[in-house]
Write a protein that binds this ligand. Sequence first.
Ligand code: SAH
Length: 366
Amino acid sequence: MKPVLFNFTDAQLLEFITNMGQPKFRARQIRDWLNRGAPNFESMKNLPITLRHDLDLVAETLPVHVVKKLESSDGQTTKFLLELGDGEQIECVLMRTSYGNSVCVSSQAGCAMGCKFCASTLLGLKRNLTVNEIYSQILVAQWELRNDMTSPRPIRPNGDANNGDVSHIVVMGTGEPLQNVDNVIGFIERANSDMGIGWRKITVSTCGIVPGIQQLTSWGRPINLAISLHAPTDELRSRIMPINNKYHLNDVLNAAFEFSELHNRQLMIEYILLAVPGENGDPELLNCTSEHAEKLSDLLRGKNCMVNLIPWNTVNERDFISPSGNAVHRFQDILIKNGIHTRIRRERGNDIGSACGQLRLNNAKG
Ligand code: SAH
């Protein structure tokens, strides 16, 4: 395997470059390109063409490279299928929104959590990603924003035609970030220090690993925390999210509110609305009847949180149905009546299989 220059320290990079008979300042130039996310040596325009060619023979730039890039039809969402050095594949998604450019990164190749509605977990967990592998996903998005030649790209929702920089990060791609918590923390520290992305513009989403949440609390940075709740009772939650057998709903919420209250942040609650095929063929609501809405309200009443209602993105291998818009609104109305902040998540990039691990899964199936 060729060495990945992004993984080198400055001293290692200098040694590598001088061993190639190059002057020292080339190492600095290459580092600048790597920090900007240059996907290949060809794009390092201030290096002599012969050096670019020589480097290409002996080294890689980043620890990830793009194998597929899909654009949503509205031009606002770009999804990348990335390959790692050992051939594992991960996904990351760039979303151009009215408040900035948000990147959704993966924290693991695959996932061990086994949630019944999710595509990412179908092939199990392959391995944790390194700090550099997580960070490189941001670089891929940043490079895309700065070098994207799609012209004209549709005017962004805020009317700004300029692509700008990555401004927000959500650790909500494939994998359970709190099973890889040290590397996720390392990644966030780096995104903050090297890319200047504020703590408050970074969100980590978890299915509820209590010790991991506690580690975030003692780490002490005021990032946003999102809990994938998806059910208001232990009985139902354990059925659709096996992790609930280990960390029960109340313990998860207590740990999460301890985190968010420490930082005076709003806790984000993710709640996918699921139905199953009923006996007469009609969808039967699984976790979103009015009774569920009342129970969810009881759990959250008086707390500083926002419930994100997420229409389920169809995963062919999974036997759920997305409830009708009416059912979603009925559920939301009850939460609102009970004083719970709630919104319905806009679906982005549905037409490019942007939902949670679908691209990787479909590619693995060939
Ligand atoms: N493991 C972490 C982060 C990755 S999943 C977690 O569980 O939070 C990111 C979010 O997408 C979670 O809320 C997850 O439950 C949700 N999700 C998974 N599959 C989905 C699907 N098919 N449709 C809609 N949301 C899905």
